[in-house]
Design a protein around this ligand. Structure first.
Ligand SMILES: [Zn+2]
Ligand SMILES: [Zn+2]
Length: 198
């Protein structure tokens, strides 16, 4: 962990506020690296959910926390590389703060397509969460195959994932073609807001 050069500030002057923010972001002493709970400023040194000491490595058998913005799961040490400096390892809380500068896509625009828990893709609808996960990770939740069979957008997503944007699909249907065109346009538009360095 880097040392923050607060002592370098002239006497009598408050430390640079940016330095203060940085030191908070680097500080994992107040964060549970197993579940992401923060200590909320009280004197607790142990996570009330896991019983783990703040800043300690997650237990080997623990389910590791996942970023709700980009679906990344932290590594075994409870940390993940920083977008700003890949050699630096940061907590999930600090990682989520980095998404303000490094969003996975244009979520403000995507929100305009939202209809409750669904997303409008052309004249089709699909579950918003499934589509967003696909746009960010390229993965489709495999546990819901029954839904996928009956949804043109999800069918289109799995076709593009398997065969690329212009597949030669056996028994292709006009509704699938149309859905592929629309979801491909949504993918392009969403990706325009992507700001991650890798
Ligand atoms: Zn915890
Ligand atoms: Zn993330």
């Amino acid at each position: 962990m880097e040392t923050i050069p607060v002592a370098a500030a002239p006497h009598g002057q408050p430390p640079d506020p940016m330095v203060g923010t940085e030191s908070f972001m680097l500080n994992t002493d107040r964060i549970c690296l197993q579940c992401g709970t923060t200590s909320n400023g009280d004197r607790a040194v142990v996570c009330r959910r896991c019983g783990l000491r703040f800043g300690d490595e997650p237990r080997r058998d623990a389910e590791l926390p996942t970023c709700p913005i980009c679906y990344l799961t932290v590594d075994d040490d409870g940390l993940t590389p920083s977008y700003r400096n890949r050699l630096q390892r940061i907590s999930l809380v600090a990682h989520m703060e980095e998404h303000e500068a490094f969003p996975p896509g244009d979520d403000e625009w995507l929100g305009t397509l939202r209809r409750g828990d669904q997303i409008a893709v052309g004249r089709f609808n699909a579950p918003f969460d499934l589509v967003r996960r696909y746009l960010v990770t390229g993965q489709i939740d495999g546990g819901r195959n029954r839904t996928i069979q009956h949804n043109a957008v999800l069918t289109a997503m799995s076709q593009i994932k398997r065969w690329g944007p212009n597949p030669d699909v056996f028994g292709d249907q006009p509704a699938w073609q149309e859905a592929r065109l629309h979801i491909a346009a949504v993918m392009d538009r969403y990706a325009q807001g992507r700001r991650t360095p890798w």
